[in-house]
Design a protein around this ligand. Sequence first.
Ligand code: URA
Length: 434
Amino acid sequence: MRMIDVIDHKRNGGELTDEEIQFFVDGVVNGTIPDYQISALLMAIYFQNMTKEERASLTIKMMESGEHLDLSEIPGIKVDKHSTGGVGDKVSLPLAAVVAAVGIPVPMISGRGLGHTGGTLDKLEAIPGYQIEISEKDFISQVKDEKLAIIGATGDIAPADKKIYSLRDVTDTVDSIALIASSIMSKKIASGTDALVIDVKTGSGAFMKTLEDSTELAEALVDIGKGVGMKCMALISDMNQPLGNKIGNALEIEESIDLLKGKGPKDLVDLVLTLGSYMVLLGEKAKTFDEAKQMLEKTIADGSALDRFKAMIKAQGGDERVIEDYTIMPQAKYKIELPAKEAGVVAKITADEIGIASMLLGGGRQKASDKLDYAVGIELHKKIGDAVQAGESLMTIYANQPEAEIESIKDLIYQNVEIAETATAPKMIYKIID
Ligand code: URA
């Protein structure tokens, strides 16, 4: 088989065969296909798309290109959650704890942030001592004992995806539904979970800006999961404004612990309880959504979810005193208020640009090798639909540079907040795909 014929087949709108996809994935992993031919095929897929069968085949072959975690030693239905990523999206942290507290094993393999989006692993590393790299053996025994673990990918999961993703990044082929779906699901299938709830974000801070594209991505993800026998569902949630009130690594740990103490912001609590209820249903610990939701609310009220979070921190080497004392995490030197320039109702807080502002403060990465400042970030005092008086603080910036050095970041934030006469809060959840 010749790679040029595979490219030609897809470029002309054909459906790739299993053999062609296997040839491509093998060549990516063993280095026999040059980057320019891999990139050419990725661009052809970007424009010509893939059928359901091609997406499933690409996913399986990428998954088979590396290790497959065997979690069968952990009793019960293992349930994980994946989010397509956003700004202020710290959902995984409290979610893993509430679901684990009802007795469902949650083996969570998470990622790092890039660009305007944050990453769960970066947030956890704001806790002194927390180890995201643990052995497969320790991961399994922690999920057995404590019911939850949040770690980075172990070993060699889906190496074909690593290579393909790095080329997508530099050839402007990231936002292809076929390529995103196969990338995400190859890693999730390899991670050995039995069930998966996927949070597909939609809006300015998301990969998919429209509800139509988000729906297509959610359907593609669920199709692939179900195709391999995984219990799988997706929901589409809002990412037009940041989620919750805090953006930044240590700040998002604070907000997650606050939620587990019963003091979380409404939009974040709603999303955690909705995703969590579906995880409980997939984990077969409840028969109805309402029953599942009540079980989760109880874990917050009786402190058992907070106890699970603390146990996870301790098991992974972190300083569990963080539960009571947030100041053991890095703290910013400066707190700078951003007052509203006029009175009215907040109509827009563009999620991706606020994420970029947090990144520019040092809380995120422009490129994978950048070092993070865990202390910095942004706290929102107003969300879309909230009334504000002129001079009232819209946000607090947590910075390690004095105000005079962050004027351009302040400008960026002001340009991305709109105050109007009226506005209503956006819906949190747009659709369920089951
Ligand atoms: N996350 C992934 O793992 N892959 C993609 O392609 C996009 C988001």
